[in-house]
Design a protein around this ligand. Structure first.
Ligand SMILES: Cc1cc2nc3c(=O)[nH]c(=O)nc-3n(C[C@H](O)[C@H](O)[C@H](O)COP(=O)(O)OP(=O)(O)OC[C@H]3O[C@@H](n4cnc5c(N)ncnc54)[C@H](O)[C@@H]3O)c2cc1C
Length: 387
């Protein structure tokens, strides 16, 4: 019998359409040629490789699920595969694409006016304009209903005051989708770089997602024209629906990070001789690697089914919560265990597990912490909110 692919034990690839396989192969080549050679240095230097944005755009990775407006119009499984391949390189790179596509372009596409769509989506798809998404506030991201950022009507315009924290792409963004309390409920505002009273300083000294830009956003009497309010949504449903899109991509991305760790461990333990034999020939190492393959396989099947449900319009947000919880926990555990199987060498950036483990410490926290997703599922099961 032909031996199995350790990174695709159940041959999930076989379930993909030709178009989906093509997307995966194209992004995989880009990752191998352009990202993997530089990503360790970027992480060490705390640098997001901005110079690659035109290539992300060229490959159709920005707003890939959107129809029209110069976007690729791919299905959800293809978007998932993009996330998986990018995060095989680094969670920070996948975060950039997730935020641009699911957290900034998606709300403009779904809730924006035709004028807002025409103005922002084509240049965002071309990578000429960068976006970010401001929901989390300094006093507690898990409870967005306790939002302090506020917009007050001034004639037909608005005046925005408040602060957002931990905002991916914040300092490099040309446009921020900012969620604020109003007399009508929570609304989305398009805040443009350079608007008077708006500042987006970068957060430094991060030990995680170092190849990604993270910022605070401050609003001090920022005048927002009426044309910059998203007309199509009021209430928490707006930001939460965007998060469902982005979390869906994260479930796939985490698989890529875990695959990169397993691949490295398989290669390393095959060569590392201890007590007269390769570490890979010991029962303890094989048990650990078998467990990694088992957990990656379960995650792959979960995300594929999630993608098919999403494309059929049958996705439930609690299903995304389960996959985000399962897949990110899986990847974080695998990255930590892979780091250990590499011994002392595992603490250097010569090998990928420590970088993935550090990154995944953010991924397990952002877009809903593990606890938050567990409570979402608890509520779905019991009908009672325990938040
Ligand atoms: C690198 C990075 C990038 C990010 N990018 C963005 C972005 O682009 N846009 C954006 O809006 N946000 C972003 N975030 C913010 C992220 O979504 C929040 O950090 C996250 O939602 C958690 O909020 P918090 O950090 O305030 O923690 P808190 O909400 O203060 O949570 C602290 C702890 O309390 C736990 N907890 C919360 N509720 C309960 C409960 N009911 N019962 C028991 N325990 C509970 C949590 O699980 C957590 O362990 C980013 C975060 C990071 C680290």
């Amino acid at each position: 019998m032909k031996s199995l692919n350790p990174l695709d034990f159940y041959n999930v690839r076989d379930q993909l359409s030709e178009d989906e396989q093509l997307v995966q192969d194209t992004v995989a080549r880009f990752v191998d040629d352009k990202l993997l050679p530089i990503i360790g240095e970027c992480f060490e230097a705390g640098r997001f490789p901005k110079e690659l944005i035109p290539e992300f755009a060229e490959l159709g990775l920005l707003g890939s699920s959107i129809e029209g407006y110069d976007c690729a119009g791919l299905n959800s499984v293809a978007y998932g595969l993009i996330c998986q391949e990018l995060e095989r390189a680094d969670s920070g790179i996948r975060s950039f694409v997730s935020v641009q596509s699911s957290l900034c372009m998606y709300p403009i596409y779904t809730y924006g006016s035709e004028e807002q769509k025409q103005r922002w989506l084509p240049p965002m798809a071309r990578g000429e304009k960068i976006g970010c998404f401001g929901l989390t506030e300094p006093h507690g991201g898990s409870d967005p209903s306790n939002m302090k950022t506020v917009a007050k009507k001034k004639g037909s315009d608005w005046v925005l005051n408040g602060a957002k924290m931990w905002i991916t792409n914040g300092s490099i963004a040309d446009i921020a989708v900012v969620w604020a309390q109003t007399d009508e409920g929570i609304r989305g505002f398009l805040v443009e770089k350079g608007m008077k009273g708006f500042d987006a300083p970068e957060v430094h000294h991060k030990m995680s997602l170092r190849a990604s830009v993270t910022s605070a956003l401050y609003f001090d009497d920022v005048l927002i024209p009426a044309a910059n309010v998203l007309p199509g949504v009021t209430g928490l449903k707006g930001p939460l629906s965007c998060l469902t899109q982005a979390r869906y991509g994260i479930t796939w991305g985490a698989i890529g990070a875990a695959q990169a760790c397993l691949q490295e461990v398989l290669a390393y333990t095959a060569e590392r001789n201890l007590f007269g034999k390769p570490v890979a020939h010991t029962q303890a190492a094989q048990l650990r690697m078998a467990d990694m393959a088992r957990r990656i396989t379960c995650a792959q099947l979960l995300s594929l089914q999630l993608g098919r449900l999403k494309d059929a319009g049958k996705l439930h947000p609690s299903q995304v919560s389960m996959a985000k919880w399962n897949n990110v926990r899986m990847a974080l555990d695998i990255a930590r265990d892979a780091r250990d199987l590499l011994g002392g060498a595992g603490i250097t950036l010569e090998h990928v597990p420590i970088r993935h483990a550090l990154n995944l410490e953010s991924v397990i926290t952002y877009e809903g912490t593990e606890t938050v997703h567990q409570l979402v599922i608890g509520k779905e099961l019991t009908g009672v909110s325990a938040f």
